[in-house]
Design a protein around this ligand. Structure first.
Ligand SMILES: Nc1ncnc2c1ncn2[C@@H]1O[C@H](COP(=O)(O)OP(=O)(O)OP(=O)(O)O)[C@@H](O)[C@H]1O
Length: 317
């Protein structure tokens, strides 16, 4: 785990920029609606250098939509993205990747029939000149094998032969290949959406170790997970998402799993549990407004119905 966590000294997690550092990736008031469903509502996000930031939230809280916005798979309707403090827009995952953002999805995005080296370089194959100075550039299988072995060794992924087809690997090994691929190409950060969801205990441990090693290299990792023990084991900070927005950022050093779950489900307000937490002012303002206008407690799913509707209801981007 990285030692670069910010704002977690003392009892609570404070605003990450308190020490003057610029987030590697920042989202400001990101919103995204699918027809009448407001999947993301003024969501803020910060990933600091070298940290492992876990993002937690109930089913449908909008975590995947956030990941998609940060990785270029979805364009937010509103809001701003900043990479190293500079505004960016991603029109596709390819554009996000070109800027050093790699994403690993839960559904093992590997090509099972191809070997490990080919999977590592999928879509980004190393090439060499063709025979007799031909202009055709050929895939350089040997260079890819050497480099793949080097990358896996460097990350401590133990796989005997990179010429093995991925379908011959265990689930944990396959996910390790997907994570190693992301780590090999990411220059800014790695995003992981439920990387251990399909894995057993031992295999999950393998992937968590890999995340630790990636972060120890100085590469920040954003990790979505429903698995609280994993989150509390590995995260420097925990971003809590609820009903489309960030409602709190807490630290495993100041908050218990019960605290985090209480905030996540709306059973408790961020300021009422754990140490002092850095919670989203707007979300807190909304909650206060609700209590003063006759409704009590935190927002409910009904609050997310977009009154303006919008085009493309139910469309899958
Ligand atoms: N392409 C889409 N079309 C319509 N509605 C969508 C689409 N994608 C997400 N939604 C809706 O947006 C809301 C947020 O979904 P999202 O998948 O981001 O949540 P999540 O926190 O990742 O949920 P889970 O933990 O269950 O994966 C949900 O109500 C979901 O049904």
């Amino acid at each position: 785990m990285s030692s670069t966590t910010t704002g977690t000294e003392g009892r609570g997690a404070e605003t990450p920029q308190a020490d003057g550092r610029t987030p590697v990736l920042e989202g400001r008031k990101l919103s995204k609606s699918y027809g009448h469903v407001r999947a993301m509502v003024d969501a803020d996000f910060e990933l600091m250098p070298g940290e492992v930031l876990a993002v937690i939230g109930d089913n449908g809280a909008g975590k995947s939509t956030l990941v998609k916005a940060l990785s270029g798979a979805v364009t937010p309707d509103k809001g701003e993205l900043l990479l190293d403090g500079k505004p960016v827009t991603f029109r596709s995952p390819i554009e996000a990747r070109a800027l050093g953002i790699e994403t690993v999805y839960q559904d093992l995005a590997v090509a099972p029939a191809l070997d490990i080296a080919s999977n590592l370089f999928l879509g980004r194959e190393l090439r060499r000149s063709g025979p007799l100075g031909s202009l055709l550039r050929m895939v350089d299988a040997r260079a890819m094998r050497d480099e793949a072995q080097h990358q896996l060794d460097a990350l401590g992924v133990r796989i005997p032969d990179v010429r093995q087809p991925v379908e011959s690997l265990s689930g944990g090994q396959r996910q390790s290949v997907a994570v190693a691929r992301a780590a090999a190409f990411a220059t800014k950060l790695v995003i992981m959406d439920e990387p251990t969801a399909a894995l057993g205990v031992r295999e999950s441990g393998m992937v968590l170790d890999l995340i630790r090693r990636i972060s120890a290299r100085g590469l920040p990792v954003m990790l979505i997970s429903h698995n609280m023990p994993h989150v509390f084991d590995i995260a420097d900070r925990i971003h809590i998402h609820r009903l489309g927005s960030r409602v709190a950022v807490v630290s495993p050093r100041t908050h218990t799993m019960s605290d985090a779950v209480a905030i996540m489900t709306g059973a408790a307000r961020p300021e009422d549990v754990g140490g002092r937490s850095h919670y989203d002012e707007r979300a807190q303002g909304r909650q206060r407004a609700r209590s003063t206008d006759g409704s009590d407690g935190p927002p409910t799913p009904a609050d997310r119905v977009n009154p303006e509707g919008g085009e493309g209801a139910g469309s899958v981007p």
